[in-house]
Design a binder for this molecule. Sequence first.
Ligand SMILES: Cc1cc2nc3c(=O)[nH]c(=O)nc-3n(C[C@H](O)[C@H](O)[C@H](O)COP(=O)(O)OP(=O)(O)OC[C@H]3O[C@@H](n4cnc5c(N)ncnc54)[C@H](O)[C@@H]3O)c2cc1C
Ligand code: SF4
Ligand code: SF4
Ligand code: SF4
Length: 402
Amino acid sequence: MNSASYLKEYVIESELCTRCGTCIGVCPCKVFTFQDDEIQTNEASCIDCGLCKKTCPGVDFDFLRYANNGDIQSRYFGHYRSIIKGRSKCEGVCGASGGVVTTILIHLLNSKQINGALVVSSYNGLGFEPIIADNEALINDSAQSKYCLIPMNKLLADVKKKEGQFAFVGLPCQVHGLRKAMEFDPILKKKINLIIGLFCGFNMYYEATDYLISQSKIPEKNIKNVEYRSKVGDNTGFCVTSLDGTRFFTSKSEYAFLNMVFVPRRCLKCYDYSAEFADLSVGDAWELKNASRVILRSIKAENIISDLVKEKLVDIFESSEYEILKKQKKIIDNKKLYIWERFKYFKHKPQYNVAPIPLNGKEKIGAFIFNSAVLLGTSKFAKLVLRIVPYRFITVLLNKKR
Ligand SMILES: Cc1cc2nc3c(=O)[nH]c(=O)nc-3n(C[C@H](O)[C@H](O)[C@H](O)COP(=O)(O)OP(=O)(O)OC[C@H]3O[C@@H](n4cnc5c(N)ncnc54)[C@H](O)[C@@H]3O)c2cc1C
Ligand code: SF4
Ligand code: SF4
Ligand code: SF4
């Protein structure tokens, strides 16, 4: 069995593939492609160099080996140096939370510390694709969260061909793949200047985007763009804009339930909430309007934030682990605590080299409720219900329940 066949059988067909795209990015023979939310393989082209097998984070990622033991160690957030929150002061930056990610990238580009950034851009109005943005306009256009699977790390092949230094933005699983790839490839290690990780509750198949687009009743050929975190007045939500300016809008709290229906199996086996192996990790600071939470994990990241403050590009406020937990403990428990009970349902599990956390009685009940709900939510029955019951009826019901 060559390495491509190994990945196909033991990762992709075993529900362990995160769709991070590392295999596409490291393979010299174009064995892997991404299509319809899945990694496709052409095993016959494999020369068995072994790179994809060594760098794939789907089967294993060693949390102990990659942690920086000099820092504060947290059960919830991994190793870090300090935690802050902030928002961009730059005109024109419209981020998912406070636009801190986009502001950092623009600052690094304008101060010539990087030549480009690996980000996600709109594709054809309807979808999203990873790109290397080498100018301010492209970086700005790529702001905002796209709640779907994007094989970011396929860009690693392009990074190697380009001159200069690059910043990377990605989800925890994409950072795992990148860290592994950088370990095996000194050129990548030299070229990736900064890793910005995003917090990740769970992700969704593109089917969720497709479902929301279909609710807009705007024909696909007339769609200008779709956004998950569009800001309309005081509200944030999914917005489809047509070429003639017509808009369909549904708020984030309305469409949030889709995460329970369209979550990929591999996300339910994921142990990293806050991109623990990035230089800095960014998420929502729910207690402060339009603000990003930032976990600083490296000295380089701390220095960049100091520069942004000095140049008056961001407003920064104090924050802490306690403050994150006050707002997000439930979503973190769903991912990082209940995983140990959830593993019992799955035949194939990734290895993280982390000791399981024993759950007390109350936590076991919480795990049972959440895990049952998400397994029911991802069933064919739930998808059938979604096809039959009108979306607006579901959102009204959920609003009443809240
Ligand atoms: C799938 C997903 C799940 C998330 N879950 C949580 C959560 O549970 N809790 C929480 O606090 N925060 C979560 N976030 C992070 C949050 O939505 C914001 O991305 C974060 O707060 C940064 O905001 P910002 O305004 O500073 O970033 P912006 O300035 O808006 O920049 C966002 C950057 O993220 C990149 N990006 C967007 N989507 C993707 C993607 N799918 N894959 C890789 N890169 C992408 C863009 O290219 C852009 O560079 C999630 C993000 C995603 C994409
Ligand atoms: S490298 Fe990433 S995309 Fe490729 S098989 Fe492994 S987990 Fe899937
Ligand atoms: S990276 Fe190497 S081992 Fe993996 S599929 Fe490509 S050629 Fe084969
Ligand atoms: S939940 Fe984990 S595997 Fe899924 S997209 Fe987020 S980081 Fe990747």
